[in-house]
Design a binder for this molecule. Structure first.
Ligand code: ASP
Length: 589
């Protein structure tokens, strides 16, 4: 070994010991003949003192040493003189007096500093181009270590619960999760392609047919989606599946895992309520305007259609006449919002599909706001008492078709969360959302899509609706949500060939197509497939929340940039003509 100790472990008890350390030059200070520098490795930072009275030689070597050079130091641990301790450093009570310095490797001037925390952070593409330097920064190192701890906890916990970790192939066949596939051309079979799995969905179900009973995998999933928001072409899930279970068995298992894990990996994070609340999809949408509600704060959507049933306000009238609803949210202490702020909110509301935004501010002088002059005094009193608004509050209304109203108010609710700082970042408000619709109408292609994926079990009592109204079929699908994010989806699966076949047909697949794409699944269901279900919590997003990071790239060692490029290795990139030829591929300009 190049070292006897790590840079982070030395304490006063080591005083007097001769140690050898190896690491990077983190900082350096010259003090009239004496040079101090901090040596850093993954475990911490320690002060090295070069005293010419101890070794003249070391002073000569150190003259050239710059940031991020890799050094090996031999020296003696010494308690720092009184008053010279640094309480901000774990090793701040000692220093190492160097007797020998070996330069293991010098370093060029770095494209950005790695020792200055988050001040003057380089732009993201520069950070990603030099990711191996970016990862030297404390924050990034801690994120990667946290990620390791999360995954390690999951593995240990599930092992104790009789799960077995099974790897499934990366080169496989298209597995629909609603995204485009990444395809890999076959050299051996001209014109044929593997697909990278959008998830191991089919394989984990086949493992249940194989009798494995409880499976998990830290699984990489590949989805070729447009790069909006916080997406990565490849991301990681804790993929799991269980046999002979009902919905609540799966939920209890995963809830148990998370409830044990959060305090173990991030003791400062608090889970808001245990057991986790369970909301139906319909309730989530009606109360929070979202199927991934942030439950850290209130501001629920309240239906006030009854209050305004006889309203003279045109906006309200036309909504109810068209079969719509009037709902509102109450923003605390926002009655005195400026005209400009209200205009901004109106723009936000419009971006969610509203035609405008009606407001009522509850003030000492009575109602103010854009709806004030259209609302009768008795309506104002009635709405105030129904929604519990007090002086200083601002009531925001949406009047339109139900779906639009929920979307608009759900969106505004989150704007107020951020504006008024209503949600504590150290609170984890986990909840289950259950009973999703089975299908969604795809207006563009005029066909039904699976809301979750086509292997999800419909509610048995809804089966007759197959022929009449597929839009009213609900499924045994569930989501884990936390702080406004979808953290996991899962479902009880179809294990009967006839039902699975029907679903594929309803999704518009021709019989031959079903056979070609999913014949292996249908056949497997004919050899004694057990009832089964599972889910797949996302790991990137979980670690992101636990690390208080704004996006998942900050918790992935080597992420693609927001344009889906690896800017470090520069991928994707062109390949040799010879390789293309072997793959039977011609590039069409
Ligand atoms: N395969 C699903 C997904 O990736 C999760 C599941 O149903 O287990 O979203």
């Amino acid at each position: 070994m190049y070292k006897t100790h790590t840079c982070g472990e030395l304490r006063v008890v080591h005083a007097g010991q001769k140690v050898t350390l190896a690491g990077w030059v983190h900082r350096r200070r010259d003090h009239g003949g004496v040079v101090f520098f901090d040596l850093r490795d993954r475990y911490g930072i320690v002060q090295i003192t070069i005293n010419p009275d101890v070794s003249k030689e070391t002073l000569n070597v150190v003259a050239d040493v710059r940031f991020e050079w890799v050094l090996q130091i031999v020296g003696t641990v010494q308690k720092r003189p009184a008053g010279m301790e640094n309480p901000n450093m774990a090793t701040g009570e000692i220093e190492v007096i160097a007797s020998e310095i070996n330069v293991l490797n010098p370093a060029k001037t770095l494209p950005f500093m790695v020792n200055n925390g988050d001040t003057n952070e380089a732009d993201e593409n520069t950070r990603l181009k030099y990711r191996y330097l970016d990862l030297r920064r404390e924050r990034m190192r801690e994120n990667i270590i946290l990620r390791h701890r999360v995954i390690k906890f999951m593995r240990d916990y599930l092992d104790k619960q009789n799960f077995i970790e099974i790897e499934t192939p990366i080169l496989f066949k298209a597995t629909p999760e609603g995204a485009r596939d990444y395809l890999v051309p076959s050299r051996v079979y001209p014109g044929q392609f593997y697909a990278l799995p959008q998830s191991p969905q089919q394989l984990k179900q086949l493992l249940m047919v194989a009798g494995m009973d409880r499976y998990f995998q830290i699984a990489r999933c590949f989805r070729d989606e447009d790069q909006r928001g916080d997406r990565q072409p490849e991301f990681t899930q804790l993929d799991l599946e269980m046999s002979f279970v009902h919905r609540d068995d799966v939920l209890a298992m995963v809830e148990g895992l998370y409830t044990a894990m959060i305090p173990a990996v991030t003791p400062h994070k608090k889970i808001l309520s245990s057991p986790w609340p369970v909301l139906s999809y319909t309730d989530a949408i009606e109360k929070y305007g979202s199927d991934k509600p942030d439950l850290r704060f209130g501001m629920q959507l309240i239906d006030v259609s009854d209050v305004f049933a006889k309203s003279d306000f045109r906006v309200f009238q036309s909504a109810t006449e068209a079969g719509g609803v009037i709902k509102c949210i109450v923003a605390p202490d926002s009655a005195d919002m400026s005209r400009r702020e209200v205009d901004e909110l109106t723009e936000v509301a419009k971006s969610f599909g509203a035609k405008g935004l009606a407001t009522l501010a509850v003030t000492a002088e009575g109602p103010k706001g854009t709806a004030a002059k259209f609302v009768k005094p008795e309506e104002f009193e009635a709405v105030k008492s129904k929604v519990g608004a007090k002086q200083g509050d601002l009531i925001l209304f949406a009047a339109d078709q139900r779906a639009v109203v929920n979307k608009v108010l759900g969106g505004l609710r989150l704007v107020f969360r951020d504006k008024l700082d209503l949600a504590d970042k150290d609170v984890m408000a986990f909840a289950w959302v259950v009973d999703f619709p089975m299908f969604e109408w795809n207006e563009e292609e005029k066909k039904w899509d699976a809301a979750h994926h086509p292997f999800t079990m419909p509610k048995m009592e809804d089966l007759p609706k197959f022929e009449t109204n597929p839009g009213e079929i609900f499924s045994d699908a569930y989501d884990m949500v936390c702080n406004g994010y979808e953290m996991a989806s899962g479902s009880i699966r179809i294990h009967r060939r006839d039902i699975q076949f029907k679903i594929f047909q309803l999704l518009g697949l021709k019989d031959e197509e079903i056979q070609l794409k999913f014949g292996h699944m249908l056949e497997a269901f004919e050899y004694g497939a057990p009832p089964h279900g599972g889910m797949a919590p996302g790991i990137d997003r979980l670690v992101m929340l636990l690390a208080d990071e704004p996006n998942i790239r900050e918790v992935i060692a080597f992420p693609k940039n927001s344009g889906a490029r690896d800017v470090m290795a520069d991928a994707p990139s062109s390949v040799e003509p010879k390789q293309l030829k072997e793959l039977h591929i011609k590039i069409v300009e």
